[in-house]
Design a protein. Structure first.
Length: 112
């Protein structure tokens, strides 16, 4: 039975027979889709890029924590509001030795 690309697993499970689901599981176990492989590779690169900057003694970030949950099965991690993103990026900028300016103010022309 055909379903639309990107549908959550619960919709697929409701529409497909057990045999079709087992065949799909066997296929995906052998050859994961490109999207899943790209998420995995990107998570590994991100973890390798951010782990050298962690505080001494803190646990390393796992690539598994950086793979997106496309079907929203759990509580979303990370910043959710603009203020939380601003706080996160401001802290990262300060940690890397940069400085931030208040919204709407600049030190000069953009791109300098």
């Amino acid at each position: 039975m055909a379903t639309r690309r990107g549908e959550p697993p619960s919709k697929i499970a409701a529409a497909w027979s057990e045999r079709e689901l087992r065949e799909l599981a066997a296929y995906l176990a052998h050859d994961p889709p490109l999207e899943a492989r790209l998420d995995f590779w990107a998570a590994q690169l991100l973890a390798a890029a951010i782990n050298p900057w962690r505080k001494k003694g803190s646990a390393a970030t796992s690539p598994a924590d950086l793979i997106p949950d496309w079907w929203g099965g759990g509580e979303a991690r990370g910043p959710k509001s603009a203020a939380e993103w601003r706080e996160l990026l401001g802290g990262l900028t300060a940690r890397l030795g940069g400085k931030t300016t208040p919204a709407g103010k600049t030190d000069g022309p953009v791109g300098r």
